[in-house]
Design a protein around this ligand. Structure first.
Ligand code: SF4
Length: 198
């Protein structure tokens, strides 16, 4: 895996103060993508053991709330395989810190089926279930230029969802994330989602 950037004090891509990792490689090619250079799987620098150690080090300060994975597409299979060891170590070393992840895939279509069946998508692979098990909040869905809304918190277009993964795993249906000051704490099922071009 390659990555384009690491931010050590990011307040724009998730709740609180976060470390952000922008991975390279994305096969969605959304119209008006904000970061098209990251479509290339070899954009930026190779992700190495030293990179992983640096990320774990950056997560140590008490004021860091967690890590956000974005890109590019963290849920491309090759990127999932490279990121899983990092997520395991974060869970071991920093169980109180949160893991947020952005994906252009749709959770309950491409990555996880509430009925337990295996998703038939180009994203699903042998590590996807474990990868998802470590994620606290998943922002899913491609960026749809026609649904762009700059007033949205933590997302670019209205079709995208901020999903509470713990509640989703517990309930077996997609539950949206909401903080105390956020009015999006409500359940939205797949049938209520706007249809987007894939
Ligand atoms: S998923 Fe994200 S990085 Fe990939 S093309 Fe769409 S907006 Fe760009």
């Amino acid at each position: 895996m390659y990555y384009g950037e690491i931010k050590n004090c990011d307040i724009a891509n998730g709740e609180g103060v976060r470390v952000s990792l922008f991975v390279s490689g994305c096969t969605h090619h959304c119209k008006d993508c904000f970061n098209p250079q990251t479509w290339n799987f070899t954009y930026g620098q190779p992700y190495t053991e030293e990179t992983e150690a640096e990320l774990l080090h950056l997560l140590a300060p008490h004021y860091i709330d967690g890590i956000t994975l974005l890109g590019g597409e963290p849920m491309e299979p090759d990127n999932q395989r490279a990121l899983l060891p990092l997520l395991r170590k974060i869970r071991e070393q920093y169980p109180q810190k949160s893991i947020w992840c952005y994906t252009g895939y749709t959770l309950d279509k491409d990555l996880w089926h509430p009925d337990g069946s295996t998703p038939d998508s180009r994203a699903y692979c042998e590590v996807t279930d474990e990868m998802l098990s470590h994620i606290d909040v998943l922002i899913d869905g491609e960026f749809v230029a026609e649904l762009k809304n700059i007033s949205l918190r933590f997302r670019g277009s209205e079709n995208q969802r901020i999903i509470d993964m713990e509640k989703t795993r517990a309930s077996g249906e997609v539950v949206l994330w909401g903080s105390k000051n956020d009015d999006v704490n409500r359940v939205m099922r797949m049938k209520d989602q706007p249809k987007t071009e894939r």
